[in-house]
Design a protein around this ligand. Sequence first.
Ligand code: PLP
Length: 451
Amino acid sequence: METVTHEELIAWDKAHVWHPFTPMKQYIASEPVVIRRGRGVKLEDIHGNWYYDGTSSIWLNVHGHAVPEIDAAVRAQLEQVAHTTLLGQANVSSIVLARRLVEVAPEGLSRVFYSDSGATAVEIALKMAIQFWANQGRREKRYILGFTNNYHGDTLGAVSVAPDPLFHWPFLDLLPEHPRVPYPYPYRSPYSDPERCMQASLEAVEAVLRERGHEIAAVIVEPVEGAGGIIPAPEGFLRGLRALCDRYEVLLIVDEVATGFGRTGRMFACEAEGVTPDLLCLGKGITGGYLPLAATLTTERVFEAFLGEVEERKTFFHGHSYTGNPLGCAAALASLELLKRLLPKLPAKAARLKEWLDPLAQHPFVGEVRQAGFMVGIEIVADKATKRSFPYGAEVGYVVARHARARGLLVRPIGGVMIFMPPLAASEVELEEMTAILRAAFTDALPELEA
Ligand code: PLP
C-alpha cells in the first residue's frame, strides 16, 4: 500500500470514513485508534501502542488475530479461486463447510443458506418463515413475534422485528408492526426471580400466539440478549418457546449471530436446552473474524416447502453477490477445526473469568455484572438502590472505555452497559490482565461518574 503519514490517515479517516453506528460529530472531535495490525489477542495502532482486543473486534475474532491455521487456509484457497457464484453452480469449500456446519449444529438442521452478515442471515430467516407458510397457501401468517430490546441487525427487515425508538425513529412508521413481548430481564423486571420473570415472558408469548397465532409465521429470539446489554435468558426459556411454537403452529427462529461459535461456552447456545429451532441464524464468529460470511440453517421440513414445479413459484428467490464466497468458507472451515479443540477448555476459563469479574459488582456505580461464558455485560447505574440509569447521552460507558483504552484494553459499551467479549482463545493470564485493566478503568472513572 502507498505510504501515508499518520497525520494523513487520521485526517482522511475523519474526512471520508463514515463509521457504523457512530455519532460522527463526536467521533470527528475525538482521537481515534487507527489499527495497523493484530497478533494474538492484541491489536497495534499506527503509533505502535498495543491494546488487548476486549471486543474480539466486535464479537468476531474468536481465536484472536493472525491465526496461523486460518491464515494458511485462506492462502490455500486463494491459490484455487477467490470468488465464484453459487447461482446455479457450486464451489468446493462452501459444500464442505455446509456439511461441517450441519454436523455441529443442533440435530435436525440440515440445510445451509449462505449470506454475508448477521443482518442478512436474519433477513433470510424472516423471509423463509413467511414464505414457508405462503407456499402452503397460508398467506395470513406473515407477522413475526419478537422481544423488546432484542437486536437482529440494521437492515429494514431486521429492524422491523426489533425497532429501537432511539436508533430507528425515522423508519418506524414505514415498518410492518410486528408484535413484541418483554424479554426476561430479571434486573429490570417487576419479577426479580429469574424463573418467575421467564414465566411472565412465556405467558406474554402465549397470550399473543393464542390470539394471533393464525397470522404469526415465527417467533424470533436471541438466547442471550447481546446488544441489548448481555442478558442471558433463564434456563428453560428456549425450551418453553419451542413448546409454544409447536403448540400454536409457529416457526422458531433462534438468532445466534452473537452467541454462536463458542461465545457462551458451547458451540451454540441452543445446545444448553436441547432445542432445535426451525431456523438458526449464524454470523460474526463463523470465520473467526476473517471474512464476511453468515449462514441461515434450517430443517428438511422447511426446505421441502420450497420445492415444486417452477410455475408453482415456491422457489426462495433471494441471494447476494458474495453468497458462499470460497475464501470465507475456507476461513470458516479452519476456524471450526480450531474451535472444536478449544471448546472443552472454555467452561474452566469462563469460571475463572467470573472470579475476576465478580469484584466489579462492589463498584458504587455497577448495578449488575452479567455473564454467559465469554459474553459479559456490566450495567452502569446512577443509583444502585433504585437501579436508576444515567440519562441518555451521559455516555458513562464511554468514560470507562476511555480509561480502559489508556491502560491498554479496547472495549465498547452499549448505552449504560459495558460489554466485554474477549477472544475465546485468550489464555488465563491474558484474561486476568484484561479483567484487571477493566476493574482499574472502573476505578479511574469514579470521579467522572460521581460528578
Ligand atoms: N443478530 C445479533 C444477535 C447480533 O448481535 C447482530 C450484531 O451485533 C446481528 C444480528 C447483526 O449482525 P451484523 O452486524 O453482522 O449484520
